[in-house]
Design a protein around this ligand. Structure first.
Ligand code: BES
Ligand code: MN
Ligand code: ZN
Length: 502
C-alpha cells in the first residue's frame, strides 16, 4: 500500500548547472516584449550559463518548438550533450513582475514544471535565481501527490524525488521546504477519506504531529467535553458513533515569546448537514470540512520547527455531523462552553457551533490575537469565488491577515461585519440563533455569530476558506486536486509578522 507522500530532498546547487548530473534542468521564460508574437521568448535570470552552453541560441531553439513565455506553459528539449542533464524544461513565467504578484508567478511556473516532470527522479531549477522561496515552494507543492488510498501507485509517474536550486543557499531552501512540508501535511489530512479520518483518528494524528515537533498536547474526549460543558461540540457530534474531540497543541515560543496567538480551526471530519440533510450533489466534497483544523495543526507544528519567538496554541474542535436518532435537531437549544445558549434552527450550520466552544476556550488563555479559520459557508464561494478567502473580524487584525493572504499568493479579501446583522440572529428562546431567516450575507452572518463568542477587546480574525481550501477542478500551477493547504502559508506569514513586529 502506498504511504503518505514524502517531501523531496532539497538543497542549494553547489556546482555549475550545466555540468551537474540530473535528469532535467528547468529554466524560466518571459514573453518577448514586441507585440507580433513571432519573436523568441526572453530567458529569465538564472538561464545565462545554460544559454551559453547552447551557444547563445536557447531562446531561439525554444521559439521553434512553440515556447512563448506564457505563464505555466511547459516546453521540453533534449539537450544532446550541451548540458549534463539530458532534458531541458522551459516554463513560462508571464510578464516579468515584482513583489507579491511576481513571486506568485514564480510559484505557479515552478509548480507547472514540477507536474510536467512527474516520472523524473532528479531535477535542477534555475527559477530560484528569480525568487528562491517561490521556486522551492512551487516545485514541492506542484509535485504533491496523494496515493494513500490506492492499492498501488506503481503505474502512475512518481514526483521528482530530489531538487537542487541555483542562486540560493541551504538556509533559504530549508525554510521553504519546511513551509511546503506544512502545506503537504494539511493537504494529507484533508485528502484522507472521511471514514479513515474521524475525530478520534484525526485527534491522534494531530497529537502525533505535535509530539514530533515538541509541542504540549491535550485531547478532550466526549466524556470530558460533556463534563466541562462544551455543548456546541457535543451537540453537533451526538448524531455519530464517531465521538467528537477537542485537541489543543501549544508551541511555547521558546525562551522569550513576545506575544501569544490563539489559532482555532473547524474540524468537521464529514458534514452531511445532519437532520437538515444536504442534497446528494457534491456531498462527497464535505470530506474537506476539516480544512481549517488541518491548517491550524500544520501551522502550529511549523511555528515550532521554525522556532518562531511567539507562543501559539491551536484549539481544534473535531466532530462528524450525521443524521440519526441521537442527532441534534432543529429547535434544540445548546448551552455552549462558557454558558451562552444557542437555538439551532439548521443543523447544517454546525461549524459555528463547534467553533463557538473552541473560541471561548481559546480566549481563556488570554491571547494577544485570535485567528480562526473554517470552511464555514457556501456563501463565501458565492461572494468571492473558489480561490479568494473572506476575512472578517476586528478591523486592524482582519486587514493584517487579509494582507498576508494576498502577499503569500493564497489570496484573501477583507469583508465587513455590519452591526445591523446581529438582530437577524435574535432567537425566540435563546441568546442567539445559529442561522437567520433570510438568505442574504450568509458569510457575514456566520462571522457575526462567531463574534458573539470572542472575548471583548481581543483582536480577532475569521478566515472563511470554503472555496480556496479544496480544489474540485483540475491541477493548476502548484495547486493540485483536492486539499490545497490554504491558509497554512497565510497563518505562518502572520505568525512570523507577530514574531518580528508584535
Ligand atoms: N461546511 C459547510 C460550508 C461549505 C459549503 C464548505 C460548501 C465548503 C463548500 C457548512 O457547514 C454549511 O453547511 N453551511 C451552510 C450554512 C447555512 C445552513 C446557513 C451553507 O453554507 O449552506
Ligand atoms: Mn454544514
Ligand atoms: Zn460544515
Amino acid at each position: 500500500m502506498p504511504t503518505e507522500p514524502t517531501i523531496p530532498d532539497t538543497a542549494a546547487l553547489t556546482g555549475p548547472p550545466t555540468t551537474t548530473e540530473a535528469d532535467a534542468l528547468v529554466v524560466g521564460l518571459h514573453p518577448a516584449e514586441s507585440e507580433g508574437g513571432s519573436a523568441a521568448p526572453l530567458l529569465a535570470p538564472g538561464a545565462a550559463e545554460v544559454d551559453a552552453a547552447f551557444g547563445g541560441e536557447l531562446a531561439e531553439l525554444l521559439r521553434v518548438v512553440g515556447a512563448t513565455g506564457k505563464i505555466e506553459q511547459v516546453v521540453s528539449l533534449p539537450t544532446r550533450g550541451a548540458l549534463a542533464a539530458p532534458r531541458l524544461v522551459a516554463v513560462g513565467l508571464g510578464k516579468a513582475t515584482d513583489g507579491a504578484e511576481g513571486a506568485e508567478l514564480v510559484r505557479r511556473a515552478a509548480g507547472a514544471a514540477s507536474r510536467a516532470l512527474a516520472g523524473t527522479s532528479s531535477a535542477i531549477s534555475t527559477l530560484s535565481a528569480v525568487d528562491p522561496e517561490a521556486a522551492v515552494l512551487g516545485a514541492l507543492l506542484g509535485g504533491y501527490r496523494f496515493d494513500v488510498h490506492r492499492s498501488s501507485s506503481e503505474d502512475a509517474a512518481a514526483p521528482v524525488a530530489s531538487w537542487t536550486f541555483t542562486g540560493t543557499d541551504d538556509d533559504g531552501v530549508r525554510r521553504a521546504t519546511l513551509v511546503a512540508e506544512a502545506v503537504a501535511t494539511a493537504r494529507n489530512l484533508v485528502n484522507t477519506a472521511p471514514n479513515v479520518l474521524v475525530p478520534e483518528t484525526f485527534a491522534a494524528r494531530a497529537v502525533a504531529l505535535g509530539e514530533q515537533a515538541g509541542l504540549v498536547t491535550e485531547v478532550l474526549d466526549d466524556d470530558r467535553l460533556r463534563e466541562n460543558g462544551y455543548g456546541g461540540i457535543t451537540g453537533v457530534g451526538q448524531g455519530s458513533t464517531n465521538k467528537p474531540r477537542l485537541v489543543r497543541l501549544t508551541w511555547n515560543g521558546g525562551t522569550a515569546p513576545a506575544k501569544r496567538v490563539a489559532l482555532v480551526g473547524k474540524g468537521i471530519t464529514f458534514d452531511t448537514g445532519g437532520i437538515s440533510l444536504k442534497p446528494n450533489a457534491g456531498m462527497a466534497d464535505m470530506t474537506s470540512d476539516m480544512g481549517g483544523a488541518a491548517a491550524v495543526v500544520a501551522a502550529v507544528v511549523l511555528a515550532a520547527k521554525l522556532e518562531l519567538p511567539v507562543a501559539v496554541t491551536a484549539t481544534v474542535p473535531m466532530a462528524e455531523n450525521m443524521p440519526s436518532s441521537t442527532a441534534y435537531k432543529p429547535g434544540d437549544v445548546l448551552t455552549m462552553y462558557g454558558g451562552r445558549t444557542v437555538e439551532v434552527l439548521n443543523t447544517d450550520a454546525e461549524g459555528r457551533l463547534i467553533l463557538a466552544d473552541a473560541i471561548v476556550r481559546a480566549g481563556e488563555d488570554a491571547p494577544d490575537y485570535l485567528v480562526e479559520t473554517s470552511t464555514l459557508t457556501g456563501a463565501q464561494q458565492v461572494a468571492l469565488g473558489l480561490r479568494t478567502a473572506g476575512v472578517m473580524g476586528s478591523d486592524e487584525l482582519r486587514d493584517r491577515v487579509a494582507g498576508h493572504g494576498v502577499a503569500t499568493g493564497e489570496d484573501a479579501w477583507a469583508m465587513p461585519l455590519p452591526e445591523y446583522l446581529r438582530s437577524d440572529l435574535d432567537s425566540r428562546v435563546a441568546d442567539i440563533a445559529n442561522v437567520s431567516g433570510q438568505r442574504f450575507a450568509g458569510m457575514l452572518l456566520a462571522g457575526t455569530f462567531l463574534k458573539e463568542f470572542v472575548p471583548d477587546g481581543l483582536p480577532w480574525a475569521h478566515i472563511d476558506i470554503a472555496g480556496p481550501s479544496y480544489n474540485t477542478g483540475g491541477a493548476r500551477g502548484y495547486t493540485t486536486k483536492g486539499g490545497t493547504g490554504t491558509p497554512v502559508r497565510t497563518l505562518v506569514a502572520f505568525l512570523e509578522d507577530v514574531a518580528a513586529n508584535g
